[in-house]
Structure formats: structure tokens, C-alpha cells
Design a protein around this ligand. Structure first.
Ligand code: G6P
Length: 609
């Protein structure tokens, strides 16, 4: 949530800051700002609205004494998304500027104390206290590093923070506590960002700061230390993706590109992990002994990842016979959860940074659970905090609405369920049947994508409807939730996902001719029951958009519109059937003129509670 970019080196200038900041806009996009260090002065430019809206700071262009700067794109927490609250924030002198991601929970108390000490505040943000705290330390005679570290020690909450000072040209201070900061080690230049996506255009050599670490950056390099100023040792890591992975590559939107990447990303999720001889999956990031002692699983996640978790519950219970519970991470952490011995917590998170999921993992481990992560972003906080887990390797996901991460998560959950299932007596022949089916998924995902034209036609016909219902059973119930979420997120149409049998316990009262119901009917095992539900909707004049299994004639006969998906074993249906749902939401949103990649009020990576 929010994006930070900083640079110090010979190519400093507003163009460089803005160009790289744009790559972080998916993390927050309600206002933005840059602060350039120009000689012994700071130049500040802040704006409400989106960076990509073309409002460029003309007066800052071409300053050749510019040595570097910091930049920020915001997702508002404290204070409206206007120019005054946009970062960077300055101290009373205007000679020290701060950008910040996260939330300072004790900001109100700090603000009061600082005001009593004579500090004047300009914004309503929690961030501004950081600038004044450092200023106060400097006023009291501390050297810059101590003033910075002492200020950090007073903060409660989370931060990724960057600071520049007019009086210290060529220096950027950064620190991290609960909000990612990555340093890029360039040639004769040093960069910093809240996400490696903003670094990759200039360097692939990066260092991930840990919580409780700070760093001083100059064009020649960087020094890291803990909050007591003791130096810390860091290892330079290589970013594995390249620039095209974070560009649209000819697609009109990242979301569409990412939907169409799924044949590859599904393959990446199982590549090198299918062990045919033993009929199991190779999950090198998890200790085998950990999985052998599993008595129950508890999945923690938010948003789309939580929907993948619901699919995971069915997979782990059906294939591995492990009792599994799924919790919204935020509910789990405050609900005084009971963790029985032998519980394996599985944290699912595309970004690996979601604050509630991270806190859920910490809570579960405090209560004695083992935890593994299923993450996309390599080196992310949840992945590192769990220590063990499986990456889905979907590559950077930029569209705010998650698509390819969802199918990657399900593929990994399938592998995990087969792996644990084999340890608990799943017959070899059954495992091989699933593994074969998994290996066919990329090609079937291509076939599923071929429905794009049909889905677009349906989308154009229904784009003006104010409400949608989505129904499904078993493996398709989480898909009903996910289909409805996709539509809500990007088209702002109200949509509800419902277990099909629950329809008659209330939601069927909503059914009337203008109410479309998307019926997920691609599973073979439960089709008869779904058909009964469809009849109930038809009897009340509702219109049906059916997602049917290839070869099925019965469901299409009852529907106004049918989209078909390749026939697969029921546990694999969620991987393929989600593709038309993503496309449906996409085309409806485009038809309604919505900003698909940056839906209003949302952000990609939710690092606040
Ligand atoms: C945000 C995103 C969703 C995502 C959720 C969980 O709300 O907009 O697309 O599903 O966070 O994110 P995570 O990174 O933990 O999967």
C-alpha cells in the first residue's frame, strides 16, 4: 500500500523519479509527490490524483545540480487524498522531507508532544510526525544518524520510510518496520523502493531490508544498521524477472495480460514439482517431517487469496483427508484462535505483504503452530517470516484485481494436497491421475481462453445490470465468491457469490428478469443438484449465464447464455472455470468505462490493518 522510490546518483532528476514511481502506482494511486535534492536545497512537488494523469512538474525539469530524491504514490489512510496530505512531508524548516508507507499508530500522542515543543503541522497525516521527530533530534544536537534512529524508536506501528535533507546532499536515509524496503545497488548510483518492480529498469542487484533495519544510501553504495546503529550484514540478491514482465506487452490493460498469461503461470506453478515415479509432488521449500506430523491445517488469507484458501480446504480434505479450516486472517488474529497440536498454518498471499495475513502467521506461531507460506513475491515478508513454503512463480502481478496468482495458488494447493495425501495413504494410481491432469492444465487453459470472444459478447449484453448473483457448489462455491469479487472490484456492480443450495434460504427473493445469475456448473459430480437450482431460478423468471463443462448438454438447455470450459476432474475445475469469470468481469468493466487496472479506492498490496 503506497509506493516509495528513491534515487541518488548522476542521473537524478524528476523524470527518473517519476518514471520509476509509475511502476508502483498499482500500490496506491490517489495522490503523489516527489522531493528533489538540488544542490543545498529541496524542491517539493505534490499533487492529488494519479501520477499517470500527465500532470508533470515542469518547474523541476532539467536541474543539473540535482543529486537525487524521494518519491511517493499514496493510498490514503490518515487525511483525505489531497495535495496537502500527499507525501513527501517536511519538518518546520522545510529542509527535511519524508516519505512513508504503513501506519504510525501513536501519531496522535507524538503530534501533541511535538506541538507542545513548538512544531507546526501542515497535514493530517500520521507521517508528518516522523519529519518533526527527526528535526527535534537534530535541534537537540544529535548527529543525523542518531536523530533518525532515535525518531524510529519512538514510532509504534509500521513503516517503510525514506528521508532526504537539504543540508546533506547526496544522502538518503531509509528504514523498515513491517513495510517492505528494497535497496538497489546500481553502478555509481543507489536506489531504494518499496517494491523491486521500481528498481529493475536500472539494476537487478538488490538487498531486502529486514524489520528493525535502517540504511544510509549514497551514490557510492549503502550502509545498513539496526536501530542501535550496530552494522548489519546483507547479502545482495538478484531480481529474477525482467522489464517486460512489468509492462503491458501490447495488451490494453495489465489485467488482460495477466489473464492471458495463465497457461504459462499455471505451468510455472508445477514446473519441476511433479515426481511421477513416486506419484507425488516435490515441494523443496518444506521440510518433509513438517508435513508428516500434520494433523490439521488452518489456512489464513485475505481477498482473492482467501478464496483460493477455500478451494484448498476442499482439496486438503478430499485428497489428503486432513481436516482444514479457513479463516480471514484479520478475524483469526483477534478471535483468540484455538491451535491444536499438529496444526499447520498455511498463509496464502500473492504479495506476501498483507498486514493481516502476516499478523495472523505471527499469532499462530506464538500459539505453537508450524507455518508455511504460499506466496508469489519472492523474498516477501510472509515468505521469509514463515521460513518454509512454496512460491507460485506467477511473476509480477500488477493489475489490482488478482487473476493469475489465484490459479497459481490453486495449482500449488493441489500439489500440496497430493503430497500430504500420498503420505496418508492416497493410492499411487489416484495420485498419478491427478498429476497427469495437472500437466494438461496449461493447454486446457489455452482452450479456456479461447472463450474470450463469447464472454465479451455476453459482457456487452449484461454490462448495464446493477446486480449479479453467482452460484456454485463445492469446488465452484469459492469460484462463485471470486467471480462476484472480480466483478465488484473492477466494474462497481454489486454482485454476490452464494452456495447454490443456500439460494432458497433468502437470496432467491432477489431473482427477477433483470437479475442475471452466473451458474457455475462445470463439475460432473454435482451437476444434477445444480440443474435443480437452475430450474428454481428459471421458474422465477431469472436469467441464467451458465459456465458448463464441455460436452454437457443439460445445463446449456436451461441457460440464456453458455460459456464452456474444458472437461477436467472436479478438483481441477477451479483452475479453468475461473478464467471465463475473470474475462466476464474484465469486459463488463471495460464496457462501463472503468479503470480496470486501478479500480477506485483499492490498492494491490494491503500493508495496513
Ligand atoms: C488486496 C488486493 C486483492 C488481494 C488481497 C490479498 O485487497 O486488491 O486482489 O486478493 O489484497 O492480497 P495478498 O497479496 O495477500 O494475496
Amino acid at each position: 500500500m503506497c509506493g516509495i522510490f528513491g534515487y541518488v546518483g548522476p542521473h537524478a532528476g524528476v523524470e527518473l523519479l517519476v518514471e520509476n514511481l509509475k511502476r508502483l502506482e498499482y500500490r496506491g494511486y490517489d495522490s503523489w509527490g516527489v522531493c528533489l535534492g538540488v544542490g543545498g536545497a529541496l524542491e517539493l512537488h505534490r499533487r492529488a490524483g494519479r501520477l499517470s494523469s500527465g500532470d508533470m512538474p515542469e518547474q523541476l525539469r532539467g536541474a543539473d545540480t540535482c543529486w537525487g530524491g524521494i518519491a511517493h504514490t499514496r493510498w490514503a489512510t490518515h487525511g483525505a487524498p489531497n495535495q496537502r496530505n500527499a507525501h513527501p512531508h517536511v519538518d518546520c524548516t522545510g529542509r527535511l522531507a519524508v516519505v512513508h508507507n504503513g501506519i504510525i499508530e501513536n501519531h496522535a500522542a507524538l503530534r501533541e508532544t511535538l506541538k507542545q515543543e513548538g512544531h507546526c503541522f501542515e497535514s493530517e497525516t500520521d507521517t508528518e510526525v516522523i519529519a518533526h521527530l527527526i528535526e527535534e533530534g537534530l535541534r537537540e544536537g544529535a548527529d543525523l544518524r542518531s536523530a533518525f534512529l532515535d525518531a524510529l524508536k519512538l514510532l509504534e506501528g509500521t513503516y517503510g520510510v525514506g528521508v532526504v535533507l537539504a543540508d546533506r546532499p547526496g544522502l538518503i536515509l531509509v528504514a523498515r518496520h513491517g513495510s517492505p524496503m528494497v535497496i538497489g545497488a546500481g553502478r555509481g548510483e543507489t536506489l531504494v523502493a518499496s517494491d523491486p518492480a521500481a528498481l529493475v529498469a536500472r539494476t537487478r542487484d538488490v538487498v531486502y531490508l529486514d524489520d528493525g533495519e535502517a540504511a544510509l544510501l549514497s551514490a557510492d553504495g549503502f550502509e545498513t544498521c539496526d536501530l542501535t546503529a550496530a552494522p548489519t550484514n546483507k547479502v545482495i540478491e538478484r531480481i529474477k524477472f525482467d522489464l517486460p514482465a512489468i509492462e503491458k506487452g501490447g495488451y490494453p490493460h495489465f489485467m488482460l495480460k495477466e489473464i492471458f498469461e495463465q497457461p504459462d503461470t499455471i505451468r510455472n506453478a508445477f514446473r519441476g514439482r511433479v515426481l511421477r515415479e513416486e506419484g507425488t509432488a516435490k515441494l523443496g521449500g518444506i521440510e518433509p517431517s513438517l508435513l508428516r506430523r500434520v494433523r490439521r491445517c488452518h489456512i489464513l488469507a485475505c481477498g482473492t487469496s482467501w478464496h483460493a484458501g477455500l478451494v484448498g480446504k476442499y482439496l486438503l480434505e478430499n485428497l489428503a483427508r486432513v481436516p482444514t479450516q479457513v479463516s480471514y486472517a484479520a478475524e483469526f488474529r483477534y478471535a483468540s484462535p484455538v491451535i491444536e497440536p499438529g496444526t499447520l498454518v498455511i498463509a496464502i498471499s500473492q504479495s506476501g505483504e498483507t498486514a493481516d495475513t502476516l499478523a495472523g502467521v505471527r499469532e499462530a506461531r506464538l500459539r505453537g503452530a508450524d507455518a508455511i507460506g504460499i506466496c508469489n513475491v519472492v523474498g516477501s515478508t510472509i515468505a521469509r517470516e514463515c521460513g518454509q513454503g512454496v512460491y507460485i512463480h506467477a511473476g509480477p502481478e500488477i493489475g489490482v484485481a488478482s487473476t493469475k496468482a489465484f490459479t497459481g495458488q490453486i495449482v500449488v494447493l493441489l500439489l500440496l494436497a497430493i503430497h500430504i495425501g500420498r503420505m496418508r495413504g492416497m493410492p499411487l494410481r489416484e495420485a498419478l491421475r491427478y498429476l497427469d491432469a495437472i500437466e494438461r492444465l496449461p493447454q486446457q487453459a489455452e482452450q479456456a481462453l479461447a472463450c474470450n470472444g463469447d464472454v465479451k459478447r455476453v459482457a456487452l449484453e449484461y454490462a448495464d445490470r446493477p446486480n449479479f448473483l453467482y452460484i456454485g457448489r463445492l469446488y465452484e462455491y469459492p469460484l462463485a465468491l471470486e467471480g462476484a469479487l472480480k466483478l465488484k472490484e473492477i466494474s462497481y456492480i454489486h454482485a454476490e457469490g452464494i452456495p447454490a443450495a443456500e439460494l432458497k434460504h433468502g437470496p432467491i427473493a432477489l431473482v427477477e428478469p433483470r437479475m442475471p445469475t452466473v451458474v457455475l456448473g462445470a463439475q460432473e459430480g454435482i451437476l444434477d443438484k445444480m440443474l435443480s437450482n437452475v430450474q428454481e431460478i428459471r421458474a422465477r423468471g431469472g436469467s441464467i449465464i451458465a459456465l458448463a463443462r464441455e460436452g454437457d448438454r443439460r445445463l446449456p438447455e436451461l441457460a440464456e447464455q453458455t460459456i464452456t470450459v474444458p472437461a477436467v476432474a472436479d478438483p481441477l475445475v477451479p483452475v479453468l472455470a475461473t478464467i471465463p469469470l475473470q474475462l466476464l468481469a474484465y469486459h463488463i468493466a471495460v464496457e462501463r468505462g472503468c479503470d480496470v487496472d486501478k479500480p477506485r479506492n483499492l490498492a494491490k498490496s494491503v500493508t495496513v490493518e
